[in-house]
Ligand binder design. Structure first.
Ligand code: UDP
Length: 234
């Protein structure tokens, strides 16, 4: 697979063209940002670890009939993916209160929510990815009603599947962010699924195995990411 032009560079990943116009190479960097890039740093080996964790998660979700952009691993930091048109929405699902939900609505961190809470954020860095509702999605023409319905159905199903999957590894899925894209007229899951995009707490000890270790300078960040990789590789 020949690596062509770089078409996009984000905070944690780079996308390159390939010989096939329908496929891209997704390259995972060690760079980490938090709080809308106000905090920047690197996490040693993060790109390698997140590439492998994302591959595992996408393979698992494909086996459970959740279509996604993953095709195959190409190298330590690269996966081959379907080229999608990204829907400019970040979809967040929360099972337990943490992060911005605690700041916004004064939930106590760790409080279990009575039902999963789905949020949409407008994927627009210059606005700081603000929280929006479905009317905003329509007003901004970010997705059609049918696409919104599909995205919500997939997001809730991914939550059920990943919650069970992580529970079997003694990990509580606290919350996570998904991104979707359009491929051949259909909505599919895209981006990555990793400790950068999920909050993962060890069952019992509530030890954080995710990017909160970086956000809050808790130390042992690489070890925590490695531990998630070891568990999902079981
Ligand atoms: N999240 C993400 N990218 C973002 C914002 C959030 O992957 O740009 C993930 C985050 O890692 C967490 C979940 O979405 O698992 C909910 O994030 P929250 O809104 O609490 O974000 P915070 O403000 O704490 O970063």
């Amino acid at each position: 697979m020949n690596k062509g032009n770089k078409i996009y560079e984000g905070k944690a990943k780079i996308l390159y063209e390939t010989d096939n116009p329908d496929q891209l190479i997704q390259y995972f960097k060690d760079d980490a940002t938090a709080f809308n890039a106000a905090k920047r740093g690197t996490i040693d080996q993060k790109g390698v670890i997140n590439n492998k964790i994302s591959a595992k998660m996408f393979e698992f979700l494909q086996s459970q009939n959740i279509p996604n952009h993953y095709i195959k691993l190409l190298s330590d930091r690269e996966m081959l993916v379907k080229r999608v048109e990204i829907v400019k929405i970040e979809v967040i699902i929360r099972n337990v209160a943490a992060g911005s939900l605690c700041r916004l609505l004064a939930f106590e961190e760790g409080a279990r929510l009575s039902q999963p809470v789905l949020e949409f954020c407008y994927k627009e860095d210059k606005l700081g990815d603000p929280l929006i509702n479905e009317d905003h999605v329509r007003a901004l023409k970010l997705a059609t009603d049918e696409e919104i319905a599909t995205i919500k159905t997939y997001a809730h199903r991914v939550n059920e599947l990943m919650t069970k999957f992580f529970k079997s590894l003694n990990i509580d899925l606290i919350d996570f962010k998904l991104e979707f894209g359009r491929y051949q007229g259909k909505i599919i899951l895209a981006d990555e699924i990793s400790p950068d995009t999920c909050r993962l707490w060890e069952v019992g000890t509530q030890r954080k195995l995710d990017k909160d270790r970086f956000r809050r300078d808790l130390g042992n960040i690489e070890e925590a990411y490695q531990e998630v990789l070891a568990r999902v590789s079981q």
